[in-house]
Design a protein. Structure first.
Length: 517
């Protein structure tokens, strides 16, 4: 432990960090830092966490999953297809520009070009300015989830992001996995401004003096985010006092945290499903439903939750967790090695075959260990796995190319709704609409597509729930993907860092409201 601490101290000092931070000056260690400062480049937890720190949404969920006004101070439904949002007055961007309805409209227009976000905003036909501080949101027919979607609209500073860079590029340009003005420059309305960023080393946030919600109890003046990939090293940093808060906490370290003095562990029931997709375009064997079913039967996901996750997850048989409208209680995890071997034989693969597998090694809790366990399990039915794991900064560009036969992905529903899982992970891929954006299994079922489109206009909640449960049943029967588990979000912090009130099921703490005693 002494050796680890000394090495860590050297690393932190090299990053320019100090020990014994003041009450309103804290250091947070995450498993990775944001890959970009552009809030529209990647739909990921890291991006959303950054957005809540540097930008502000129109509305957001509180811990009870109720809507809370932010940059929209109020809203009302005018008719079945129209909602009016009243924008908060007196809000300033970090640049000094004032927030108006023009920025909201500009941001929506930019969102429509984002490969990741346009799927969420697909049901929104238009957002138009009806006054300096009012906008009308029009939907394609009756759409019950307008408020849910507006939690993902973080108004950008249209004046700051307009015009040309010194080398003649459009400042508003949206570049996936590339350098752009927006990926390295930022002007939001959020509680923090970014004062320093060294990719892979640290990001420094300082309190925005003109933040509109400075009346909140949050008292953190400076927050330094340090990426520490290794679970044990993150815990060592917290226990030695070198950092004030860490996330995530690996299940193996729960007991260690609980036994420590002046350190608290926080967990919540998880709704992020961890799955493997089976790429039917890269491996012909995966086009056979019997092979896909065999793979699902061969992977003991309940065993993974017990041995790898140490109980800090719930084995899944579907996408929707308990409590979601689409959760189908009849769909259970289905480990059965004998059944898996029978299906392989029936499909003509009694002697197995080879496939490639890809997983990140710093995105989800124990992601590389889960992949290794799954590969070992598949070997028992004759499937030889060529496994590659990599940091998430390298993983997502490869995932976007669907560059393996089996690919790991975790998904928390952006709209806190069952339909969102399917829209992104299982609908037929459509670059124009953004549907199926993360469907690297290339699974396609017209009935599933039709049901999801229909549920987006259903106001009868019972019928909507029945349709979403039907979707889960179809995906289960066709083994559209390999469900693993729902991951519990976890954090740990020094006793004087009151993270309890700021954490939530979405797994992006509202650091602007953090109180440090």
């Amino acid at each position: 432990m002494k050796t680890m601490k000394s090495k860590l101290a050297v690393a932190l000092m090299a990053a320019g960090l100090s020990f014994g931070a003041a009450a309103a000056d804290i250091t947070v260690a995450y498993d990775a830092d944001p890959v970009s400062l552009d809030p529209h480049e990647q739909l990921s937890g890291g991006t959303l966490q950054m957005s809540h720190m540097v930008f502000d949404p129109l509305i957001r969920f509180n811990q009870k999953m109720e809507f809370e006004p932010r940059l929209a101070e109020s809203w009302e439904r005018l008719d079945g297809e129209t909602m009016q949002f009243n924008i908060r007055q007196g809000v300033k961007f970090h640049s000094g520009n004032a927030l108006t309805a023009d920025d909201v409209v500009w941001t929506f227009d930019r969102l429509k070009s984002s490969p990741d976000f346009k799927g969420i905003f697909g049901p929104i036909v238009s957002i138009t300015k009806t006054g300096d501080y009012t906008v009308e949101v029009k939907t394609d027919g009756v759409y019950p989830l307008v408020e849910n979607v507006m939690t993902y609209l973080f108004p950008m500073d249209s004046k700051f992001y307009s015009g040309k860079t010194e080398d003649g590029k459009d400042k508003a340009e949206l570049v996936k996995h590339g350098n752009s003005y927006a990926s390295t420059n930022v002007s939001g309305t959020g509680p923090f401004v970014i004062t320093q960023r060294e990719q892979g080393v640290k990001v420094t946030f300082e309190r925005f003096a003109d933040y509109w919600d400075n009346g909140s109890e949050g008292n953190v003046d400076k927050l330094t985010l340090v990426p520490i990939k290794e679970d044990a090293t993150r815990v060592a940093a917290l226990l030695s006092g070198d950092v004030d808060m860490i996330a995530p906490v690996a299940p193996n370290d729960y007991k260690r945290i609980k036994k420590a003095d002046s350190v608290d562990l926080y967990t919540m029931p998880g709704t992020r499903v961890i799955t493997f997709q089976m790429n039917q375009n890269s491996n012909p064997a995966l086009k056979d439903v019997r092979v896909r079913q065999a793979i699902t039967y061969a992977i003991n996901n309940e065993g993974i939750t017990k041995k790898v996750m140490k109980g800090a997850a719930t084995a899944a048989g579907q996408q929707s967790p308990v409590g979601f409208v689409g959760h189908n209680a009849d769909l259970k995890p289905r480990y059965d090695l004998k059944k898996a071997k029978e299906l392989m034989k029936e499909a003509g693969y009694e002697n197995g075959f080879t496939l490639t597998m890809m997983a990140p090694n710093n995105r989800y809790v124990n992601d590389d260990k889960i992949a290794q366990a799954s590969a070992a399990m598949l070997s028992k039915i004759g499937i030889k796995v060529d496994l590659k794991t990599m940091p998430k900064a390298q993983y997502w560009p490869e995932f976007d190319k669907c560059a393996a036969d089996m690919l790991m992905i975790g998904w928390h529903p952006d709209t806190e709704d069952s339909g969102n899982f399917t829209e992104f992970l299982a609908m037929t891929r459509d670059a124009e609409t953004g549907k199926g954006q993360y469907n690297c299994g290339h699974y396609s079922n017209a009935e599933v597509d039709k049901l999801i489109v229909e549920t987006n206009t259903m106001t009868d909640l019972e019928k909507r729930s029945a349709s979403l449960k039907k979707v889960e049943e179809i995906l289960y029967n066709e083994a559209a993907f390999v469900p693993l588990h729902w991951q519990d979000p976890s954090w740990a912090a020094k006793g004087n860092v009151e993270i309890g009130p700021i954490i939530n099921g979405m797994n992006f703490p509202y650091f602007g409201d953090l109180v440090v005693k």
